[in-house]
Design a protein around this ligand. Structure first.
Ligand SMILES: [Zn+2]
Length: 356
């Protein structure tokens, strides 16, 4: 009866020992996968579903059923799902930790729900320390860092085709991680694409494999499953860039001159900060929209960035220097967003002034 059972089940509780499950889930990732080693004619549509408690589970639609469901399936939307089969989550390329996974059946109901909001992206970043402790695990992981090196390799053969290969060096938590990328994902890492950004790009690796090699651990993409994003316009980028001062230090490539002097005065000017895109480029505010020239689009998640002038005395001369974000972060030992928080504590500000 309607209204009798409003409570849905939690993803973490799902087991094969009961049948009448009912879940509210967001589709956080959707991909087709054929297994060329098994049956290349069989297409499978895989997805990762996440509930309001941010618990994730994998689900699969078999070949014949794909046309029935695919029309109503959109990444990022929330659905009410009932009448599915629960099976053990075994095999390679596990993307969710859950012990079980879901199989769509002909009778499965998968209905879009607009009233439930699950804003979280579903990304769950693993640190380099955690990666080093989990050598043999076949669970794919998400990773975020700053690209500090890109090396194009010779194309390699895979199932009779030649595919591109790139070796990346990614910096995070004060450490470097090697990451091998194969196939079409390499296109994003072309020199022309990366060099348009004002500073070393942030990269998000989604569902990458941890691989033990001689002398250490590397990350590697799984074709069709893994994705990578350069400077993605998501809250996680802002959070990573704002909290990781060590990364900002490593990322500091500017500076061709060495000047030793004494800062006598920090100029007290109203425009000591500006908005920037996560790619590092200044954004232009235009009728409540933020536009980034480098990314060529409207962006949703902006950062605040220093731009101050200091008077430096050296050898009897006083010179005005403009210091940008990384340098000022070092000088003040806090990022621009942290500085804003401090100001708010010290002098309550009209929130409209700082609204981002
Ligand atoms: Zn940008």
């Amino acid at each position: 009866m309607l209204g009798m059972n409003n409570r849905v089940d939690l993803v973490e509780k799902i087991t094969p020992w009961r049948e009448s499950w009912e879940v509210h889930v967001k589709v956080v990732k959707l991909w087709y996968h054929k297994n060329p080693a098994l049956d290349p004619s069989q297409n499978l549509l895989h997805m990762v579903l996440m509930d309001e408690k941010l618990q994730k589970i994998q689900a699969t639609i078999r070949d014949q059923l794909i046309p029935k469901f695919v029309v109503s399936l959109t990444e990022g939307e929330v659905y009410l799902m009932t009448h599915f089969t629960v099976v053990p989550n075994t095999g390679l390329n596990r993307v969710a930790k859950h012990r079980f996974r879901l199989l769509f059946q002909y009778k499965t109901s998968f209905v879009s729900v607009v009233s439930v909001r699950i804003p979280h992206s579903g990304l769950c970043f693993t640190s380099i320390d955690e990666i080093n402790q989990r050598k043999d695990d076949d669970l794919l992981i998400d990773f975020v860092g700053i690209i500090t090196g890109v090396r194009k390799e010779r194309d390699v053969a895979s199932y009779g085709k030649m595919i591109k290969a790139v070796v990346l060096e990614v910096f995070s938590d004060g450490k470097k991680e090697q990451c091998n990328v194969f196939g079409n994902a390499c296109d994003l890492l072309e020199y022309d694409n990366l060099q348009k950004y004002p500073r070393s790009p942030l990269i998000v690796l989604e569902s990458f494999k941890i691989k033990a090699i001689e002398g250490g651990i590397i990350l590697q993409n799984v074709m069709n499953v893994s994705r990578l994003f350069i400077n993605p316009d998501i809250p996680e980028s802002v959070e990573f860039l704002s909290s990781n001062i060590q990364d900002l230090r490593a990322d500091n490539r500017d500076g061709h001159y060495f000047v030793i002097g004494t800062i006598k005065e920090v100029m007290d000017e109203p425009d000591w900060w500006s908005y920037s895109c996560v790619c590092g480029h200044a954004v232009v505010e235009h009728e409540d929209l933020y536009l980034c020239d480098a990314c060529g689009s409207c962006i949703e998640h902006v950062m605040v960035k220093y731009g101050i002038r200091v008077k430096i005395h050296h050898g009897g001369w006083a010179v005005l220097f403009v210091l940008f974000d990384n340098a000022v972060t070092k000088l003040f030992e806090k990022t621009c967003s942290e500085a804003f928080l401090r100001i708010e504590e010290e002098f309550p500000v009209d929130p409209n002034v700082l609204a981002v």
